[in-house]
Design a protein around this ligand. Structure first.
Ligand code: SF4
Length: 209
């Protein structure tokens, strides 16, 4: 066999996925993640596509992705393949101010009538984080299920939280309006520190570490 490079394969995989995701997105489509983070990121990801694509090979993101694969495989082993659905795509339309928008999301796993959302992080500080709870509540709105487990795998704690309040149509409409108008930006003060677009964003907030 000729020389192989796993780094090269991982790089190509992440870049190809990022390009596909960006190119397939229609103007009236929003991912659930667009609704929970800084609304300017939604705007910048289209304006500065090169930055968006290059952020896909961030090692922290890659580590999270690989952990997801591991957890999903274990869920299949523990609960049986017939009881677990993985990476399930959902979409739902909602009319806001006379315009139809589509909200799309990919659910990590569905076991019976439970939505499973997996989060990985180095630290367990402040878990469950507000934006993760909101993301999970949006998944409940999207799927029509009533309960979810928000599972954290961190370096010093593995913990799960029940989320059982689906987002309302009104909350989704407010998040869509905010994402479309680009305000408030950022949604959380810590976001700018990790933001791909912080090198050119005039609204970047510097917070003391
Ligand atoms: S730098 Fe801050 S305000 Fe600007 S896009 Fe990023 S998160 Fe939003």
């Amino acid at each position: 066999m000729n020389m192989i490079s796993i780094v090269d394969k991982l790089y190509r995989w992440r870049i190809d996925e990022a390009v596909k995701k960006l190119e397939s997105k229609l103007d009236n489509e929003f991912y659930v993640t667009d609704l929970i983070y800084c609304p300017l990121k939604y705007r910048y990801q289209k304006m500065y596509k090169e930055l968006t694509i290059s952020s896909a090979i961030n090692p922290t993101t890659l580590l999270g992705e690989l952990t997801h694969y591991g957890v999903e495989k274990i869920l299949i082993d523990l609960f049986g393949p017939e009881n677990v659905k993985l990476e399930v795509d959902y979409e739902k339309g909602i009319e806001v101010d006379g315009v139809l928008y589509i909200v799309k999301g990919r659910i990590d796993a569905i076991i019976g009538d439970w939505v499973i959302e997996v989060k990985t992080s180095r630290s367990d500080i402040s878990i469950p984080q507000n934006h993760h709870v909101m993301q999970t509540r949006i998944y409940l709105w999207l799927t029509g299920f009533n309960k979810a487990l928000l599972l954290y795998i961190t370096s010093n704690r593995v913990a799960e939280y029940i989320v059982d309040k689906p987002a309302s149509d009104g909350e989704i409409a407010d998040l869509l309006r905010s994402t479309i108008t680009g305000a408030p930006a950022p949604r959380y003060p810590w976001e700018c520190r990790y933001c791909t677009y912080s090198t050119l964003c005039p609204y970047k907030k510097s917070v003391e570490s």
